[in-house]
Write a protein that binds this ligand. Sequence first.
Ligand code: CAA
Length: 294
Amino acid sequence: MAQIEKVGVLGAGLMGHGIAQVAAEAGYAVVLRELDDATLARGVGKIEKQLARAVEKGRASQEDADAIRGRIEDTTDYGALAACDLVIEAITESLPLKLEMWKEVDGIVKPEAVFATNTSSLAVIDQAATTSRPTQFVGLHYFNPAQVMKLVEVVRCVTTSDAAFDAALEFARSEKKLAIPTQDKAGFIVNRLLVPYMLDAIRAYEEGVGSVQEIDEAMMAGAAHPMGPLTLADFVGLDTLGSICDVLFDEFRERRFARPPTLRKMLSAGWYGRKSGMGFYDYSGESPAPNPAF
Ligand code: CAA
């Protein structure tokens, strides 16, 4: 397997911009590709803001921050990915869109490159099988915010070769991440446990166990979690949570993975959590306030 030097990242959204930043910080040349200029500029803007903050806090010199930014080529052109040794997709969590994207990218990127998906729940094999290189396909699942969270789940699907899997493990470790190998089972390790926990918090609210804030504060103070489960659901994105639980429910047919009615109604209202400005909390002001609907 060729040495990884150049990394392509597809999607500059919530996950993609962070994945690109982490790779550039680890010294890789990065090509960050988005569909349109406005979304690309938003993703790059977030990276630049994080780098400026690192300089301000004395965690990086201005020179280092400039070098990291300089390693990221941002583009809307798939052609810029041609020479990448590894391509990680972090586009919308929709299988048809991912398959369409891989068909295009497969014909452009050099044949020896490894492909990876950052999917949080879809089967890796379904994407691998659509490319001409199913042996060179893995899951690389980062956590939000990718710049901060230590873990990367490295997912082997039935077709993944040892060489591609080892290259992916090595790559994640070179980014100073804790790389945990796992199998291609819906939700992998973390979401299989974390998603039913967030859904149970919503059910606890529905059953009147506590208010939104009480449930969050209880888990922070009683279990030392950095965020309560409903704040976390808003942080992950309620639309993302909804799609993950649908995949898990389809796979396992267990009630614990089913969408609670409150989540269904919030999604119908367009409340996707922090990203849309409204979820269990209202994010339109200086700091999050309770959503008056609850
Ligand atoms: N990007 C980059 N850096 C960020 C950041 C972001 N979006 N958010 C916070 N940080 C950095 C800050 O810069 C800060 O570093 P410095 O102090 O050195 O500047 C550090 O993280 C701590 O941030 P804050 O002081 O602002 O806030 P905090 O201490 O409350 O930490 C948090 C924020 C790291 C997000 C913390 O609340 C946390 O760990 N929450 C839980 C996150 C979690 O569980 N993520 C997994 C979600 S599940 C998932 O992602 C999988 C999936 O498939 C759905």
